[in-house]
Design a protein around this ligand. Structure first.
Ligand SMILES: [Fe+2]
Ligand SMILES: [Fe+2]
Length: 315
C-alpha cells in the first residue's frame, strides 16, 4: 500500500530586507519545522516577497537553497500580487502606488519570478511547451496543479494590482489538465494565490464601512464561478491558497479550500503551518501553531467551516 504523502502549506511570507525583517527569521523557523515534521513537499502559494524586489528574491532563494529546497520534487511556488506589483509599506507610497502598478512590466516580472526559482519549475509537467501555468507535479497518487491568478493591471478592474484572474487561455489549459485521463484517478490539489470566499467582517461594526467596500473591490478573484464549476467537474480534492492573511479551511460550492495566508502574518505573534496528509482513504488537514516549543503545541483539526465566509484581513 502506498505510504501517506504529507504536504506542508505556507503562504504570504512577505520577505523583506527593509522592513519586517523578522519575516525572514519566521520563514526559516517554519521551514525547519516542516522538515522536522517530515513533510514530503512544501507549497508556498504566493506573496513570497513584500515588494517584488531583486534583493528580496535573492534572499528568499538563499533560504530555499540552504534547506535544499531548490528542487521541484521538494517545493512548489506560486507568484503573488506582491511579487509582481509590490506593496505599500509607508504612508508616502500610497499616492504613487497605482502608478507603480500601471507601469509594471507584468510579463517581465512573471518571467523573472520563474527564473529566480527555475529549479522548482524546471521538471514540472507543462501543458504545452514553454508555458509555466498551470504546472503539474505528480507524486504517486497525488497531483499538484499550480495556477497563476495574478491579474494584469487595469485602471478599472485592477488599479492596485491585488485583484485576481485566471485568463481565458490559462483557464482552457487548466480545463485540459484537470480533465486529463492520466490524472483521473489522482487526488487533485490545486494551488492558487487568491481566495474564493467573500470578504465580510463577521457582523462586526466594520460591516458596510467604506474600507470594507474598498477591500471588496481590490481583493477580488474574477471568474470564480467557472473555476468552481471546473473544480467540481474534475473532482478536485482541495484548493490551497493565501492572499488573505489568515489560516482556515472552508467549503465553497462543495469544494474544499485551505487558506494558509496567516503563516507568518496572521494574528498577533503566532505563526502557523498547515499540513495536508493524503492517504488512500482521503485528504486530511491539520493546522500546527508555533511558536516554540513547537513540539508541545497542539494539533488542531481544520475543516471548521461553520462560518466559512468570514474573512477580514487585508492581503
Ligand atoms: Fe496577495
Ligand atoms: Fe499577502
Amino acid at each position: 500500500m502506498e505510504r501517506p504523502f504529507t504536504i506542508a502549506h505556507l503562504s504570504d511570507l512577505h520577505i523583506s530586507l527593509d522592513h519586517s525583517r523578522h519575516n525572514i527569521k519566521k520563514t526559516r523557523s517554519l521551514i525547519e519545522y516542516c522538515l522536522r515534521q517530515g513533510a514530503d513537499h512544501i507549497v508556498i502559494t504566493g506573496d513570497i516577497t513584500a515588494n517584488g524586489e531583486k534583493k528580496e528574491f535573492e534572499a528568499t532563494r538563499k533560504i530555499f537553497r540552504n534547506y535544499g529546497l531548490l528542487d521541484c520534487r521538494k517545493l512548489s511556488l506560486l507568484c503573488g500580487n506582491h511579487d509582481v506589483y509590490g506593496g505599500v509599506h509607508r504612508a508616502e507610497e500610497i499616492l504613487s502606488f497605482p502608478k507603480r502598478c500601471k507601469t509594471t512590466d507584468y510579463d517581465r516580472k512573471m518571467r523573472e519570478f520563474r527564473e529566480y526559482f527555475h529549479e522548482v519549475f524546471d521538471s514540472s509537467e507543462q501543458n504545452g511547451s514553454g508555458i509555466s501555468f498551470p504546472f503539474v507535479k505528480v507524486f504517486g497518487s497525488v497531483a499538484i496543479i499550480g495556477a497563476n491568478s495574478i491579474a494584469r493591471y487595469s485602471r478599472v478592474k485592477n488599479p492596485i494590482g491585488s485583484n485576481g484572474e485566471v485568463d481565458d487561455k490559462q483557464f482552457e489549459r487548466m480545463r485540459r489538465t484537470l480533465m486529463a485521463e492520466h490524472l483521473k484517478e489522482k487526488r487533485k490539489l490545486v494551488l492558487i494565490h487568491h481566495h474564493f470566499n467573500k470578504i465580510l467582517s463577521n457582523g462586526s461594526e466594520r460591516t458596510n464601512s467604506v474600507w470594507d467596500a474598498v477591500e471588496r473591490q481590490t481583493m477580488k478573484l474574477r471568474g470564480k464561478k467557472r473555476l468552481l464549476q471546473l473544480f467540481a467537474a474534475s473532482s478536485v480534492d482541495l484548493v490551497l491558497h493565501g492572499h488573505v492573511h489568515r489560516n482556515h479551511e472552508y467549503m465553497r460550492k462543495g469544494i474544499r479550500f485551505l487558506n494558509a495566508g496567516g503563516s507568518i502574518l496572521g494574528d498577533n505573534s503566532a505563526f502557523n503551518v498547515a499540513f495536508i496528509r493524503v492517504t488512500p482513504a482521503g485528504v486530511q488537514t491539520m493546522l500546527r501553531k508555533l511558536p516554540q516549543p513547537a513540539a508541545t503545541q497542539p494539533t488542531e483539526p481544520l475543516l471548521n467551516s461553520a462560518n466559512p465566509l468570514v474573512v477580514s484581513e487585508a492581503a
